[in-house]
Design a protein around this ligand. Structure first.
Ligand code: P5A
Length: 446
């Protein structure tokens, strides 16, 4: 992409409404624009990253054997009357009346809708286990939408639902989700810790939230610092293996880690003093096992093979995809702007032309651009007729992990400069070698 042809409305002023750094940088870098409280338009740069995160979530869900689908944003009210949540969900639900006077709603979550789909089509245990998911916009009329995409009213969520014959199988689905979520966050360069939590309006008392530690997080958390040393790494996982998923679940949930809703001082006291930690965290996902809560009330029954019709055991699992943008920025930035982890960066590297209009510099930039593109990489070329300082400022703000700087002086010596956004370290290299280096870096990014 050439910046001269892009739509990147970078703000010069610091937006006053932003209380936390991720919100400020998302506005300043021209990624989002608020349309009303807690509701945003995603401008090209923000949208590109949102799509990247969405793709990672799709890949990891499907690796775990879950089936993608798409449910609508607007749901019929009757289903919620059937489940009983019409009353309990309260004013957070945006209720709509259509022209025929029918009660509709903008879905805050999809347990009812998916249970309705399931009961219409599945009648036998032979069709189990089944896990369906989608990535779709949700609406929750939050009392206090704030922090930009972090607590929006309209937000993008991956929500998945498992259907199993019994509790034992449903707990495997639970563990499998825990493992696949760990992989997902790792690929995004995030350290998210599963913590015992509270079921809230989704229900069930068996649930874990995934929290990214950050000072600006909305939740207070208590944990054994040993949990922060755990890594899933490049471990090959067979998601069908009950033992493997259980082992990883045990490894990650044995150290004490709870949100304030479930925190227990007495148990926490058993953690060695020097490892007892308190912090704040951003909730980037949550998994639930709620048994037959919806299947019983809504009649989602299957033949168990022994002549009985039994309610299926279910769980649901959510990732806050749009919130993740904010969480990643909170976890990875400096005072000049965002620092995207390589796994989610919108463009692989920036190209800064120090002397736009200089025949040699222009040709060198074009050639770098073409070489990177030919290797399947996406560069963002700042070909605007702007001062070097402005170009560097923009690149630092939007946070691409690597920058190539091209100017007549370097070209005279046959080199361009490769700079790491994270460390600020630069290296002078012949253009072909710089391209090769960038290709190598991204070859090792999953
Ligand atoms: C699980 C999927 C559920 O809704 N039903 C379907 C279950 N869980 S949840 O914890 O309530 O939401 C899942 C994740 O969505 C993100 N999230 C939000 N993101 C931005 N703005 C909001 N207002 C918001 N509310 C929830 C969180 O990441 C949460 O973990």
């Amino acid at each position: 992409m050439r910046l001269s042809r892009y739509f990147l409305p970078v703000l010069k002023e610091t937006p006053r409404e932003a209380q936390i750094v991720s919100h400020r940088y998302m506005l300043q870098a021209g990624m989002i624009k608020q349309s009303s409280a807690g509701i945003y338009s995603w401008l090209p740069l923000g949208f590109k990253i949102l799509r990247k995160l969405e793709n990672i979530v799709h890949e990891e869900q499907q690796r775990a054997g879950h089936l993608p689908m798409l449910m609508p944003t607007v749901q019929p009210g009757e289903l919620w009357e059937e489940s009983g949540r019409d009353n309990s969900y309260g004013p957070e639900m945006l209720r709509i009346t259509d022209r025929h006077g029918r009660k509709m709603l903008y879905g805050p979550t999809n347990e009812e809708l998916i249970t309705d789909i399931f009961r219409s089509h599945v009648t036998s245990y032979k069709e189990l286990p089944l896990t369906l998911y989608h990535i779709q916009w949700k609406f929750r009329d939050e009392v206090r939408p704030r922090f930009g995409v972090m607590r929006g009213r309209e937000f993008f969520m991956k929500d998945g639902y498992n259907f199993d014959l019994n509790k034992e199988n449903a707990l495997h689905a639970y563990n499998r989700h825990l493992v696949s979520y760990l992989r997902t966050y790792e690929r995004m360069g995030l350290k998210a810790i599963p913590m015992r939590a509270d079921g809230g309006p989704i229900g069930g008392d068996y649930t874990h939230e995934f929290l990214v530690l950050a000072e600006t997080g909305e939740s207070e958390v208590f944990y054994d610092s040993a949990v922060t040393d755990l890594r899933l790494g490049d471990r090959e996982v067979d998601f069908r293996s009950v033992e493997q998923c259980q082992a990883i679940f045990d490894e990650w949930t044995t150290p004490y880690a709870r949100t304030d809703e479930t925190h227990d001082e007495a148990i926490f006291a058993d953690v060695p003093k020097e490892r007892q930690s308190t912090a704040r965290g951003i909730e980037v996902g949550q998994i639930f096992y709620f048994g037959t809560k919806y299947s019983e009330t809504m009649g989602a029954l299957v033949d168990d093979g022994q002549g009985n019709k039994v309610p299926v055991h279910m769980g649901s699992h959510g990732i806050g995809v749009s919130r993740l943008l904010g969480a990643i920025i909170e976890a990875s930035h400096d005072d000049k702007g965002i620092i995207w982890p390589e796994g989610v960066t919108p463009y692989h590297c920036g190209i800064v032309n120090l002397k736009q209009g200089d025949a040699e510099a222009d040709a060198a930039c074009d050639s770098l651009y073409d070489s990177l593109t030919a290797l399947g990489l996406e560069p963002l070329y700042d070909d605007r007729d702007e001062r070097a300082g402005t170009k560097f400022g923009t690149m630092d703000m939007i946070g691409l992990p690597w920058r190539l700087t091209v100017g007549p002086r370097g070209l005279k010596n046959g080199v361009v400069e490769l700079t790491s956004r994270k460390t600020g370290e630069s290296e002078e290299l012949p253009p072909e070698q710089a391209v090769e280096r960038i290709a190598q870096i991204y070859a090792s990014v999953r």
